[in-house]
Design a protein around this ligand. Sequence first.
Ligand SMILES: Nc1ncnc2c1ncn2[C@@H]1O[C@H](COP(=O)(O)OP(=O)(O)OP(=O)(O)O)[C@@H](O)[C@H]1O
Length: 242
Amino acid sequence: MEIELKNIHKSFINQGKQQSVLKGISGEVEKGEILTIIGPSGSGKSTILSLCNLLQTPDEGELYVGGKEIRDWDVRNLRRYVGIAFQSGPMMKGTVLENLSLPMQLQGRTLESPQTYMNYVGLSEELLSREAKELSGGQRQRLSLARTLVNQPSVLLLDEVTSALDSKAAQEVEELILSINKDHKTTILWVTHDLAQAERVGDQTWLIMDGQLVEAAPTNHFFFEPNDQRTKEFLHSSRDII
Ligand SMILES: Nc1ncnc2c1ncn2[C@@H]1O[C@H](COP(=O)(O)OP(=O)(O)OP(=O)(O)O)[C@@H](O)[C@H]1O
């Protein structure tokens, strides 16, 4: 098992009040599997991702990554093992090469053959000397994925990585992610608002509502024959909106 959550709780203090955001989440993700995580806005999906690479720590419960409890991981090693990419593909000031090299630079190393990474994600090598901020949304997202790949992560956490892109770029980035999964057996936890995408790419799907895991099932099963009434209602109302 690559990821295992056992009764995970997480609260935040917001405006002086304690807000319980995850209320006892338990679930498992196998090595090489793509888990799609769906649910209403504010239900706790991104918080689950943030626990898996120690951007946050759980208040209660156990979380195993690669068989090791999250609190036993050295943060720097964990972040090499678990890569994360966000909606906007955030870049620092500087060239594409500087941005791509960042993970190595942080380890005091140099990135060998940046061209290989550029080619892999479908970016021209000529872009290496350009300012990263000048890239289009789709190019930035490709670069952001390339940057996570530099560490050869076993797990990738994806938070709405295609939702800011036009449909062509979104499709291309989606295909890129599927080939990363296939080529490297990377385990992927993929938060998305796009239910059609969750259905297309997932092996397993979770529905999170109000900090609880309402339903976890193989993706086909989840979309065709959901068990829980709340899943049926969520799928129904979301499809109405689309
Ligand atoms: N670092 C934080 N500090 C305080 N509150 C937070 C923090 N991170 C998340 N929250 C709160 O936790 C709740 C769940 O947030 P989270 O981002 O996990 O939801 P989500 O399901 O990913 O939402 P969305 O689909 O809108 O991205 C929200 O009410 C949010 O305000």
